[in-house]
Design a protein around this ligand. Structure first.
Ligand SMILES: [Cu+2]
Ligand SMILES: [Zn+2]
Length: 248
């Protein structure tokens, strides 16, 4: 388990969370009791020969519908940690001489208020030590039907310039033909409307100029060059993270 990096809830928040959790449990239990009461009522009505009674059926069905609507929405996502995995595959349109890179980008976020962590484990780069830095970003779509091209532009939910997109993971050093990197303070999130779940991760051939290139492309994609490999971010059970990430 990674160390908690802050964002502690105040004691007051913690207490009110507990009360609301208990209230949810209580209300769920009450609804179960009511539902089972309705089912008993239906069974008894049938036993008494009222099986065709549309009135009883209509009333109980209506009541059940109301109860189901009142049921607390799944709150587990608010309180439980999330893991995700992105299985990198080489681009279908690799130019001659470009490396065929495979591996994983693993994600972990303890809760919505905590920073997203990512572990990059990619191999297939040349072994020679003079490797350029390589850019990695989250792109808008998790669609690989057209190779890495169909992942679209950088994921940009706030309409800002590069390198201020949530999935601008910047540059990565290649060592011994591999990228091995654990980032712990990422802006992107796995929770809510701006979740990167289902979106794409793209590895580029070149270094990201981080918006300093002095041309329009620099403010869109950092002039990071051709797409070497890509993948779709999907939820996972966390076993690969726990097995792979050294400090996990
Ligand atoms: Cu990119
Ligand atoms: Zn960007």
């Amino acid at each position: 388990m990674a160390p908690d990096t802050g964002n502690q809830a105040s004691p007051g928040t913690f207490r009110s969370l507990n009360i609301s959790a208990v209230a949810n449990m209580y209300s769920s239990a009450m609804q179960l009791l009511l539902l089972s009461g309705i089912l008993t009522l239906e069974t008894q009505a049938q036993a008494m020969g009222f099986s065709n009674s549309k009135t009883i059926k209509g009333v109980t069905d209506g009541f059940k519908e109301v109860l189901l609507k009142l049921r607390p929405q799944a709150t587990s996502q608010q309180s439980s940690e999330l893991y995700a995995v992105c299985h990198m595959q080489p681009s279908l349109e690799l130019a001659a001489g470009q490396p065929s890179v495979t591996g994983y980008v693993l994600f972990y976020q303890r809760r919505p208020a905590d920073k997203l962590q990512a572990y990059f484990q990619l191999s297939g780069f040349p072994q020679d030590p003079d490797q350029p830095l390589r850019a990695i970003h989250v792109h808008q779509f998790g669609d690989l039907s057209g190779g890495c091209t169909s992942t679209g532009p950088h994921y940009n939910p706030y309409g800002v310039n590069h390198p201020h997109h949530p999935g601008d993971f910047n540059n990565f050093q290649v060592r011994d033909g591999k990228i091995l990197e654990h980032l712990t303070e990422l802006r992107a999130t796995l929770y809510g409307a701006e979740s990167i779940l289902g979106r794409g991760v793209v590895l580029h051939a070149h270094e990201d100029d981080l918006g300093l290139g002095g041309n329009p492309a620099s403010l869109q994609n950092g002039n990071s060059g051709p797409r070497l490999a890509c993948c779709t971010i999907g939820l996972s059970n966390g076993s690969l993270w726990k097995k792979t990430v050294p400090s996990a």
